[in-house]
Design a protein around this ligand. Sequence first.
Ligand SMILES: [Zn+2]
Length: 249
Amino acid sequence: MVTATFRFYEELNTFLPIERRKRAFDAVSARAATTKHMIEALGVPHTEVELVLVNGETAGFDRLLRDGDRVAVYPKFEALDISPLLRVRGHPLRKSRFIADAHLGGLAHLLRMTGFDTLYDNNFRDSAIASIAEKEERIVLTRDRELLKRRIITHGCYVHALKPARQLKEIFDRLDLARSARPFTLCLQCNAPLRSIDKALVEERLPPKVSAHFERFSTCDLCQRVFWEGTHWRSMQALLAELTATKRS
Ligand SMILES: [Zn+2]
C-alpha cells in the first residue's frame, strides 16, 4: 500500500466530499497506482485536470505514486500563466467542436447558435459519445463525471451550471470561445452550415410579416429551413454581447 497526500484546488473541490475540500488529506492506494488512477478514484474526472504537481514538480498522469508523495491537483488556470510548466494533456484540439450528452440539449442549441459545431442526439449512449469524441476529435460536454472518466475521452468539460445560458457562459469562459463565436452560421436543427440566400428565392415561403421586415436570409441545405434576423437572432446577439463583455472586464 502507498499513502499519498492530496490537495485539490479551485472548482475541482466540487467533486470531493465536503470533508476533503480545500485541504490536504491522505489517501491510500494500491502499489503502482498512477496519479490519474488516484485522482479519478477520489472522484475527479481526468478531463477537468490541467496540472499535477508531485512534491512540487510537474508530473504526468502516468506518474506512479510513492509512499509520502504530496500531490497538488489544479484545474485550468484563468489568470496564471503556467505555460513553462508541463500540462497533463498533450495539446488543445485544433478546433473547438463538441458532442453533448442527452441532458444538455439546451446548451447544444446555444452552441450551434453561436456557430460551434455540436453533435447532440437524445439517443446517444455513453459508449457512442466516447467513440465519436475520439474519432472526430470532439470535446465531450456532460454533467456525468463517470462518462468523463472513460479513458478514450481526452478532451471533455464537466458542466457545473444547470441552466443553458449559464452553461454557455461557463464553457465560453473555460475554453475562451468568445472571440471565435460565429453566430448564425449553423443550422440549429442539423448542425450543418448555413448559406445566405436571395430573398427572391425564398419569398413565397415567408410569412407576410417576415417578408415585410427582413431583407437578409440564410438557408440550410439539409433541412431546407430558412432563417432570418428575427427575435431569436436579437436575443442571441444580446447574450453574446454579455459574454464578450464579461470576458473583457
Ligand atoms: Zn438544417
